[in-house]
Design a protein around this ligand. Structure first.
Ligand code: GSH
Length: 139
């Protein structure tokens, strides 16, 4: 959904420069979201997508928040005339849990993720990473 937002963002608000955006792949099927760097520095929830920039106080770690952030700077994404309708549709769309789309009937995928976190917790990890993994287990 964020990729779609980026693809159709159009022109920046008058007088503002375009925001250069580059995509970094975080391979969630190979547990990259469970790395210490990702959990401790990027997104404690251990989820993608995340918008990160040196200009942001902290990464924006939710797709609908990223969309609204971009829409502020690229006004044709949410024209004032359709603000209410688009905002409602965006919220409805983003309320879908990705498990229902990607892993429907395959609950073992969630279990596998859980086991990966437990395995990391059983190893030698720093106190900070341990806290992050414990939080992710809750997520
Ligand atoms: N509310 C979040 C949910 C994001 C989300 O569920 N991301 C999934 C992939 S679509 C994820 O990163 N899963 C990895 C994991 O749960 O470890 C958003 O919409 O941005």
């Amino acid at each position: 959904m964020v990729r779609q937002t980026i693809a159709i963002r159009g022109q920046p608000r008058d007088g503002y420069p375009a925001i250069p955006i580059s995509e970094v792949v975080v391979d969630i099927f190979n547990e990259e979201q469970l790395s210490q760097h990702f959990l401790c520095e990027i997104n404690a929830l251990g989820q993608v997508p995340v918008l990160e920039s040196k200009w942001l106080e902290k990464p924006i770690a939710d797709s609908v928040d990223i969309t609204h952030f971009l829409a502020e700077r690229y006004p044709s994404l949410i024209p004032v005339s359709h603000n209410e309708q688009i905002t409602k549709l965006l919220n409805d769309l983003h309320a879908l849990n990705y498990f229902s789309l990607s892993f429907s009937g395959r609950e073992y995928v969630a279990e596998g993720l859980k086991q990966s976190v437990i395995k990391r917790l059983a190893g030698e990890v720093s106190p900070r990473y341990r806290d992050a993994l414990t939080f992710k287990l809750g997520v």
